[in-house]
Ligand binder design. Structure first.
Ligand SMILES: [Mg+2]
Length: 181
């Protein structure tokens, strides 16, 4: 069960307590793209997300995108935003995370994984022994297969909350946000 357990659940990337991460010795962020930084069906990035990335970078965090998305789409965002990326990542496999850590020259304990999916981002990060942060998906527009996974994800989060492994209030607010969309 613990392998599915994020270290933190926040509503959006802007809520990530960057100072606390630095206190934990974390110096790099491996960030998912679709529905974490960019709405799944969009091609442009919100200004406040760009500002947050710059803020994290200015605080000294190294940044790498790790996305299961198509290589071309991932490369495009990597170029626009100016951070390295690993595309077609097949998370939760460990290879893409290892690749990203190598690009940033960090060890697993020095990096946090940020993403909107429990069974790819969080599971993959946990398998690597990294700090994991689950955020609410930016949009409910997703692949049909992802929508199916969301139902399993909800069940798992509720189970984790019942066992006291994650903050029940945070899980509840994630469910509410999902229902609103
Ligand atoms: Mg995602």
């Amino acid at each position: 069960m613990k392998i599915f357990c994020p270290n933190a659940i926040v509503t959006r990337v802007q809520e990530i307590p960057l100072k606390d991460l630095q206190y934990l010795g974390i110096r790099g962020l491996l960030i998912d793209l679709d529905n974490t930084l960019i709405r799944w069906d969009r091609t442009e990035i919100d200004e406040d997300v760009k500002r947050w990335l710059k803020q994290a970078h200015d605080m000294g965090f190294s940044i790498c995108f790790v996305s299961n998305g198509l290589k071309e789409r991932v490369r495009r965002f990597s170029t626009i935003l100016g951070y390295p990326a690993v595309g077609r990542a097949v998370k939760p496999r460990r290879g893409p995370f290892r690749h990203a850590l190598k690009l940033l020259q960090l060890s697993p304990s020095e990096a946090a994984v940020v993403g909107d999916q429990l069974f790819t981002d969080v599971l993959g990060g946990n398998r690597m022994g990294m700090y994991t942060i689950l955020i609410n998906p930016l949009s409910d527009k997703e692949l049909r297969s992802t929508r199916l996974v969301r139902r399993l994800e909800r069940r798992m989060l509720l189970r984790l909350a019942r066992q006291g492994l994650v903050n029940a209030g945070h899980v509840e607010s994630r469910m509410k946000a999902g229902n609103r969309r």
